[in-house]
Write a protein that binds this ligand. Structure first.
Ligand SMILES: C[S@@+](CC[C@H](N)C(=O)[O-])C[C@H]1O[C@@H](n2cnc3c(N)ncnc32)[C@H](O)[C@@H]1O
Length: 214
């Protein structure tokens, strides 16, 4: 579990009292660690996976979008929460998403998922469907661009969930001026100043922001 913002005892307690990943998600996490090494850190954590499945069940989207698929953990959790809708996944990497494809097939959700490879700013700009639910977890510098493109396509009442918005807590420390932290800070400021939305930052994992289009 990524619990950068909790002390160890509380993190363990949260872990013990949250639903655990099933064997297929565990296998995906294991394979990702083997093939991606340190980059496996990009994968969402099991508690975030439970969160995404629940959110998808609650929103019941006809159209869901994920920006940043990697080896497929978050997309699998979203796809499993769908009840008849479709998940559109955007990523640049054939290598990583080929793993995701295998797991969608194994989980029996491949028929609910469409993958488009290419820079997501371009893919999103060409996407002409109304979006009910979006999960944003790609290159942080492009978050403002993804956000504006998504906002143009979200239905009123639709929900955007954004990952890594607390950057291990660095965003709250002005002494941290590393590029990604500055980018995330700017994105967080942009969102909270946007009168079109209601915003809730959750101190889950590395920070997840829920943004509801009013
Ligand atoms: C943090 S990982 C996503 C992790 C994934 N959500 C999971 O749970 O396993 C970020 C992903 O964004 C992709 N990415 C980076 N820049 C991108 C871009 N400009 N357009 C589309 N995808 C991009 C990377 O290839 C990588 O797979």
């Amino acid at each position: 579990m990524k619990a950068y913002l909790l002390d160890a005892a509380v993190a363990q307690y949260v872990h013990d009292h949250s639903t655990k990943p099933d064997p297929l998600l565990e296998e995906l996490a294991k394979e990702t660690a083997e093939v991606a090494g340190e980059r496996a850190e990009m994968q969402i954590s099991p508690d975030q996976g439970v969160f995404l499945t629940m959110i998808t069940q609650l929103v019941a989207p006809a159209v869901a979008v994920e920006v940043g698929t990697f080896t497929g953990y978050s997309s699998l959790c979203i796809a499993r929460g769908l009840s008849g809708g479709r998940l559109h996944c955007f990523d640049v990497s054939e290598e990583w998403t080929s793993i995701a494809r295998r797991y969608w097939a194994e989980a029996g959700v491949a028929h609910r998922v469409t993958l488009t490879l290419g820079p997501a700013l371009e893919t999103l700009a060409a996407f002409d469907q109304t979006v009910d639910l979006a999960f944003l977890d790609a290159d942080k510098g492009n978050y403002p661009g993804y956000y504006e493109l998504l906002m143009d396509r979200m239905r009123p009442g639709g929900l955007i969930v954004v990952d890594n918005t607390l950057r291990r807590g660095y965003v709250a420390d002005p002494a941290h001026d590393e590029a990604t932290t500055v980018e995330i800070r700017q994105f967080n400021d942009l969102v909270i100043e946007d009168p079109r939305v209601t915003v809730l930052m959750l101190p889950v994992a590395d920070g997840m922001t829920m943004i509801r289009k009013n």
